[in-house]
Design a protein. Structure first.
Length: 556
């Protein structure tokens, strides 16, 4: 009896000692473990705001989805749970099962943003330890329309590229959270803490999905027709700086962005540079006019070639020595004539005008990843630079920079910041910065000179019946990084113009990278400009300013 009593007292002492140890030494860690088993905090994502075009058409929306997760500590049969998830959601049971076996974790994703109907089917099986969280997934109702411009949002519904990234602070909202108390079987007993989410706001763009879709269609056909590597188009309203279309071909379906190459995702209208060729002669000619060195009627006797330092530069087409006015130098795209004007300007003044137009620095467009271009400071110019830069070689620009430069001429000499955000719903319109580049009389003179490019010069294929067009062709050899010289086979063909020239409503740029079969901007890019302009003018119901030409053939 004494031995039995001693044994009982020993057991009681040990039990008391362990109880004291558990309630003192282990109290904090065990408390956390108990809370993790019965308390669970779940983030409640905020609804992402929609992106709409200027007409209210939805370009990016959020659709209902369900995130399915599990708490391995509460699962009574991990194998059954893995099989059920495979049958309803289509996940790989062999991959999921080991994760469900790991009871050191209190949370495991079964599938992020699963189809809501399939998730409901799994929920109806009432498997203890599996939870369901309403979420959203990003969808793009217009498919490939404006895909490069819009960018995309990731699995967590945060913007990763394009406007989705640029406008994240408006679209993303603020997530909330809920803390639940569950019973040992995983059933929710009570919500002990709740922080409400703040939904994202809708944004309205300056883009017009109809003009955008047509521009993309024209570019696809142009790339196919000329076997080109890529083509870019910008349609811009020079009165506001608002971009109506920013198209790139080839494109991709924004709903399937993970399946496409990163190279296709880039919005090259903003992120990539090219040597503009003769479209850059706008800067050279307008600078010479603004400095009162010449008038549009000043004549020069121009040989076929001109010596610049150690180089001889020729016009594109063989010819004899001719007399050309400044207006003819521009309309006939004479390299020799442009260099002659640049030599009168001098390197310092030409460099100042290049900067004045905004080349070599970002435009400030509300879009991520903008490239400032490549413009050498004047103290790094070589002897031949004065022969290269005035004709658009040895300088690199972005399409949006070039479109903005021509828009300043169309807008009476006032440069406006190009932009794609019109306003946040419920807020004011976006503020647009402006500055004067040219005097109004000079801008009107340059615009009149650009009309001659289309009516009788190198850009005749850009004509649109019923409207006067002012624009400029460009053809530039691409630099070859391997040799440090210009390629003899790869070119960029471009055309930039404004319409109607009498009172411009649109500035349109088309750039075609590495066309085959023809390289000239007037042959490759000008017809694409005409088709984009013809459609946009009819769609916007812009009245013709040249009714006499309505009987002429339409854009090819």
């Amino acid at each position: 009896m004494r031995l039995l009593l001693l044994l009982l007292l020993s057991v009681l002492a040990l039990s008391l000692a362990r109880a004291v140890w558990l309630q003192t030494v282990r109290a904090e860690s065990l408390g956390r473990l108990a809370a993790s088993q019965h308390h669970e905090t779940v983030t409640v994502p905020a609804g992402r705001g929609a992106i709409l075009d200027r007409m209210g058409v939805k370009l990016a929306i959020s659709e209902e989805a369900t995130t399915v997760y599990a708490n391995p500590k509460q699962l009574t049969d991990p194998r059954q749970a893995a099989v059920a998830a495979a049958e309803t959601l289509g996940v790989d049971a062999d991959v999921l099962y080991p994760q469900l076996l790991d009871r050191s974790k209190g949370f495991v994703y079964i599938q992020r943003k699963a189809d809501a109907d399939r998730a409901t089917e799994l929920q109806e099986r009432n498997i203890v330890g599996i939870g369901f969280l309403p979420e959203e997934r990003r969808a793009y109702p217009q498919g490939s329309v404006a895909a490069q411009a819009l960018g995309y949002a990731g699995t967590d519904n945060r913007g990763l590229a394009g406007l989705e990234l640029q406008l994240e602070r408006y679209l993303g909202g603020r997530p909330g959270s809920e803390t639940f108390v569950r019973d040992p079987f995983g059933r929710v007993l009570n919500v002990v803490r709740s922080v409400p989410e703040r939904p994202g706001r809708e944004v309205i763009l300056t883009l017009d999905h109809t003009i955008q879709a047509n521009a993309e269609s024209v570019l696809r056909q142009t790339v196919s027709r000329w076997g080109a590597k890529r083509a870019t188009a910008i349609v811009l309203d020079p009165r506001t700086g608002g971009i109506l279309a920013m198209a790139v071909a080839p494109g991709y379906d924004a709903n399937r962005y993970p399946e496409t190459s990163q190279d296709v995702h880039r919005n090259v209208a903003v992120t990539d540079t090219y040597e503009p060729g003769s479209t850059f002669k706008l800067v050279t000619v307008s600078a010479a006019l603004s400095e009162n060195l010449v008038t549009e009627n000043t004549a020069f006797t121009l040989p076929y070639g001109i010596q610049v330092a150690d180089r001889v530069i020729h016009d594109a087409e063989p010819r004899g020595t001719e007399t050309m006015t400044v207006a003819q130098i521009l309309s006939r795209s004479s390299n020799v004539g442009a260099i002659t004007l640049a030599e009168r300007l001098g390197a310092e003044r030409l460099s100042t005008w290049i900067s004045r137009y905004g080349f070599g620095k970002q435009t400030g467009i509300d879009y991520p990843g903008e490239t400032p271009g490549i413009v050498l400071p004047v103290d790094r110019w070589s002897g031949s630079t004065i022969g290269n830069v005035p004709i658009g070689q040895g300088i690199a620009v972005t399409p949006v920079q070039m479109a903005a430069a021509y828009a300043s001429v169309a807008n009476g000499g006032v440069w406006l910041t190009p932009h794609v955000l019109d306003r946040i719903v419920g807020g004011p319109k976006a503020h647009v910065q402006s500055r004067r580049v040219l005097s109004t009389p000079i801008a009107h003179k340059v615009r009149s000179m650009l009309v001659n490019v289309v009516s009788e010069g190198t850009g005749t294929l850009a004509a649109v019946p019923g409207y006067t067009i002012a624009g400029k062709t460009g053809t530039a050899a691409k630099p070859d990084p391997a040799t440090g010289t210009y390629s003899t086979s790869n070119y960029v063909a471009s055309f930039v113009g404004m319409v109607p020239a009498s009172r411009p409503r649109l500035v349109i740029l088309v750039s075609v990278d590495e066309p085959r079969g023809a390289i000239w901007g007037g042959v490759v890019a000008a017809p694409a400009f005409a088709r984009i302009a013809d459609f946009a003018l009819q769609y916007l119901e812009v009245a013709p300013d040249d009714p006499a030409s309505l009987g002429s053939p339409g854009p090819p």
